[in-house]
Ligand binder design. Structure first.
Ligand code: UD1
Ligand code: MG
Length: 449
């Protein structure tokens, strides 16, 4: 049975106290919305619809970054969750199959749970994801009759007896798409909030004699983010899960609690990560690579056997081939380092190609920016760049070439050549001692000795 997703993301999230739409707040370096989309993507959906409202343009952009084929349905006014689902009708026109409704602010729903819901659809017209809440608070309550869900009552509309129910609505549900839109059409807004509640489709379905079932998950899985404090708690939970997964996958984390992952971090087996390392979005570390303490990596690829850090920064577009060494206080951006290249100390390598086995001396800088444009530095194979070389791009250093320490290289260096750019050294015999004696005498005079 084909599946489509409807992800509700129109709400403002006023309790975040933010200019930014709630679903764009980051968790593990990715917007909350991306987490929900990724969980749903595991179902291999035929269509994915994101319902936007507050900050619609930015939300649509983030949705497209996660899935270029996403369909955007705009909800001009936020009149409730049923009204939000109704906006997806056009995007699902002609679609035959199940629709799974997810919330953009609920990042931890597991793909396995969604699978279980789809399985339960064999027995029920609608399947709702429920959970036992430690503190049910303002959640919608699931009113059961045996194994059948009779209705969902929103907290605001519930009687004391209904409020005592601890089985709550996560918001995730699944139904045949055509039936879902039919049911949603029959929802009214006669309730305490004056909203069109998606939850009302349950009672409407029961009146039509349709069966409604519940799949249960843990409360942690349905955790919704409403406040900054909840976002911080979610980040902690996310990091804990990522650390455990990395350890399970055969990665050595020397001090797991100090390592921070992004949603898409990939680390190969037998890689070793030292303490206090931060992985921003888009990092792949291959097997047997070593990331030493206090590194910050983002948008980069570190190949097998490469060594990075301590205190190194890899920025987007940093591509390290096998056995590359990048040492302390080195920054690499948009640069390809071929096999066995070494940049061990205090360097900036940006917009560059560094050939295999080349050695970049301490303090070398690729001067890539003229204030307006960025330019590329190309260094060949087995080149030796002397310490404190300024490579003023665009510039090329050929295979097996050398640059003298302290040189400012503004012209291309042919293969095999040595480029030197500095003043000739003068030697004044004895002058150091004479100068020092004079200075000492001056000081003594000043002090009245
Ligand atoms: C909803 C459920 C409640 C459930 C709870 C779980 C309803 C009526 N209630 O309540 O049973 O226990 O979630 O967290 O569904 N949204 C839109 N457009 C709208 C309204 C909401 O896109 O017009 C989106 C929001 O951005 C959010 C989601 O739908 O992602 C849920 O909306 P929210 O207002 O948080 O619903 P709750 O009151 O929490
Ligand atoms: Mg909510």
């Amino acid at each position: 049975m084909p599946v489509s997703l409807v992800i509700l993301a129109a709400g403002l999230g006023s309790r975040m106290n933010s200019e930014r739409p709630k679903v764009l707040h980051p968790l593990g370096g990715a917007p909350l919305l991306a987490h929900a989309m990724r969980a749903g993507a595991m179902l291999a959906p035929e269509r994915v619809v994101v319902v936007t409202g507050h900050g619609a343009e930015a939300v649509a952009k983030a949705a497209r970054a996660e899935d270029p084929d996403v369909r955007i349905a705009h909800q001009v006014e936020q009149k409730g969750t049923a009204h939000a689902v109704a906006q997806a009708r056009g995007a699902l026109d002609g679609f035959q199959g199940d629709a799974v409704v997810l919330y953009g602010d609920t990042p931890f729903v597991r793909p396995e749970t969604l699978e279980a819901m789809l399985d339960a659809r064999a027995r029920h017209a609608i399947v709702v994801l429920g959970f036992e809440a430690a503190d049910p608070g303002r959640y919608g309550r699931l009113v059961m009759d045996g194994d059948t869900l009779e209705r969902i009552v929103e907290f605001k509309d519930a009687t004391d007896a209904e409020r005592a129910v601890t089985l709550c609505n996560s918001g995730v549900l699944c139904a045949d798409a055509v039936s879902l839109f039919e049911l949603v059409d029959r929802v009214d807004s006669e309730n305490a909030a004056g909203e069109f509640y998606l939850t009302d489709i349950v009672a409407i379905a029961r009146q039509k004699g349709l069966s409604v079932g519940v799949v249960r998950c843990t409360e942690a899985e349905t955790l919704g983010i409403n406040t900054r404090a909840e976002l911080a708690a979610a980040e902690e939970a996310f990091q804990r899960r990522m650390r455990a997964e990395a350890l399970d996958n055969g990665v050595t984390l020397i001090a797991p609690d100090t390592i921070h992952f992004a949603l898409d971090t990939v680390i190969g087996r037998d890689a070793v990560v030292g303490p206090n390392v931060v992985f921003g979005p888009g990092v792949t570390i291959e097997s047997e690579a070593l990331i030493r303490a206090f590194c910050h990596l983002e948008g980069c690829h570190v190949s097998r056997g490469a060594q990075v850090g301590p205190f190194a920064r890899l920025r987007p577009g940093a591509e390290l081939a096998e056995d590359v060494h990048v040492g302390n206080f080195v920054e690499i951006k948009n640069a390809i380092l071929d096999e066995g290249a070494k940049v061990n100390h205090l360097s900036y390598i940006g917009d560059a190609d560094v050939g295999e086995k080349s050695n970049i001396g301490a303090g070398t800088i690729t001067c890539n920016y003229d204030g307006v444009f960025k330019h590329r530095t190309v260094i060949g194979k087995r080149a030796f760049i002397g310490s404190d070389t300024m490579l003023v791009a665009p510039v090329t250093v050929g295979d097996d070439a050398m640059t003298g320490s302290g040189s400012v290289i503004t012209r291309d260096v042919p293969a095999g050549a040595l480029a030197l750019e500095r003043a000739t050294q003068d030697i004044k015999p004895g002058l150091a001692i004479r100068l020092m004696d004079r200075l000492k005498a001056l000081k003594a005079k000043k002090n009245g000795v």
